[in-house]
Design a binder for this molecule. Structure first.
Ligand SMILES: Cc1ncc(COP(=O)(O)O)c(C=O)c1O
Length: 453
């Protein structure tokens, strides 16, 4: 019998998160205080995050135990299945073996609850009443809304305006979980009002939505801020994905030659890849290639500069060294809303600088085409973000066919696209187009950056 689905029992779920910082050959550059330009201290971050998460943010420990209460919520959908994409392999007529880890089985439909539940837990422990956040595609906002509901926390979500319009059902899902959703830029914050005065028709961006949610959190002692990607502790929480995949591939008697993930802020890619990169850094294996795939319309890793920048547009966040297109860069309204961020996780950026992974940018039309090829044989309709990973996985499988080699390819199917049907309708109706990023705009956005290198 040919196995399609490799599953683990609940007691085989990882009980600790993996911190790649323990294995890196050189440490990450420090996070700087926006006022002084000096490295920040944990207390600088206290208005934003509970101390347990700040400790995780700076930890150099290899393993961080997952609290029992978080594990018990994870068990609602974890361990997630690992599929062998046998029908996709057949359709491509490739000698490659393709596996995908499916995170779309979570209640919100993506990998995001892996960190939302953990963040809500630590905030609840710290007696926080309200969480503020931003959301691009709505996957993160609905994940935090779900986690907030479980822990009795109020959740306020600033949703990037273009997504607010494109994805009304994501908004409805957040509201169903009890969250308040506000289109960003909004009139409710100083950051939002400033942007609207300058650009009344602004589509919004993750950078602006972060400014709004940070502003609200720091003004209210009962509130803290939660971020769905980019930060070290968020990437840390996602590593359950890769560790489960390692155990599942062991069941299959396989090990990947190539690991692929899409990158917006870097968290699902880190989740699937860091456990394998860690094994490589510790010398336990050495031949895997890692491929991070981003949209050509927002090519942070492939075209951005590795430099200090703010995480948000209004400059309320600390300065982090990362690949960035400049915090004022306004990406096109591509349908993969979760990948439209000007920056990249500093930890992933550092890993790129260390030469540990490859990066590539793909235009949206070829990604939607890859997503439909996948859906028509595997049955799962992917989130538009995940289509970027599928595109690269298919390209690598086709390369195997050309070269007559059999590689094992693993990619992260980070979410389903059931709330992204407008995007698929627009694609099938021929209404979407490929947009290149505007190099002049990026140059201008980068010229405005502070110099702290
Ligand atoms: C389904 C999905 N995939 C990927 C991303 C990008 O984020 P990250 O790179 O942190 O995984 C998002 C972000 O909203 C998302 O919703």
């Amino acid at each position: 019998m040919e196995t399609i689905k490799y599953t683990l029992t609940e007691d085989q779920m990882p009980t600790a998160w993996y911190n790649i910082q323990a294995d890196l050959p050189t440490p990450m550059p420090p996070v700087l205080h926006p006022g002084t330009g000096q490295p920040i201290t944990p207390s600088d971050l206290e208005p934003l995050f509970p101390m347990e998460l700040i400790v995780q943010e700076v930890s150099q420990e290899r393993w961080i135990e997952i609290p029992e209460q978080v594990q018990s919520i994870y068990r609602q959908w974890r361990p997630t299945p690992l599929y062998r994409a046998r029908r996709l392999e057949q359709a491509l007529d490739t000698p490659a073996k393709i596996y995908y880890k499916y995170e779309g089985v979570s209640p919100a439909g993506s990998h995001k609850p892996n960190t939302a539940v953990a963040q809500a837990y630590y905030n609840k422990q710290a007696k926080v009443k309200r969480l503020t956040t931003e959301t691009g595609a709505g996957q993160w906002g609905s994940s935090l809304a779900f986690a907030g509901a479980l822990f009795g926390l109020e959740v306020v979500v600033y949703m990037v305006k273009v997504s607010y319009r494109q994805k009304p059902y994501r908004r409805a899902l957040m509201e169903a979980y009890g969250a308040k959703v506000i289109a960003s830029p909004s009139q409710e914050t100083e950051a939002g009002r400033k942007i609207l005065a300058q650009y009344p028709d602004s589509n919004g961006s993750l950078g602006i939505a972060i400014s709004e949610s940070v502003e609200v959190a720091v003004q209210d002692p009962q509130s803290k801020y939660a971020l769905g990607s980019v930060l070290n502790h968020v990437l840390l929480h996602q590593t359950v994905i890769g560790y489960e995949a390692i155990a599942q591939l062991e069941q299959a008697g396989d090990y990947p030659d190539i690991v692929v993930g899409c990158t917006g802020g870097g968290s699902n890619f880190a989740g699937i890849a860091f456990p394998f990169i860690g094994a490589k850094l510790r010398g336990e294996q050495n031949s895997i290639r890692f491929i991070a795939v981003e949209p050509a319309a927002c090519p942070t890793l492939t075209q951005g500069k590795y430099t200090y920048d703010y995480g948000d547009t209004a400059h309320l966040t600390p300065l982090v060294k990362m690949h960035t297109l400049g915090n004022s860069f306004m990406p096109e309204g591509v349908h993969a809303g979760g990948l439209r961020y000007h920056g990249m996780a500093p930890l992933l950026s550092h890993v790129v600088e260390l030469g540990l992974i490859e990066t590539r940018a793909e235009p949206q039309l070829s990604c939607f085409a890859a997503g439909l090829t996948f859906a028509r044989v595997e049955g799962i309709l992917p989130a538009p973000e995940a289509n970027h990973a599928i595109k690269a996985a298919i390209d690598e499988a086709l390369r195997c066919k050309e070269e007559g080699t059999s590689k094992t390819i693993l990619f992260n199917l980070c979410g389903h696209g059931h709330f992204d049907m407008q995007a698929y309708m627009d694609y099938q109706a021929g209404l979407l187009r490929d947009t290149e990023y505007n190099a002049e705009e990026v140059a201008m956005a980068l010229a405005g950056l502070p110099v702290f290198n």
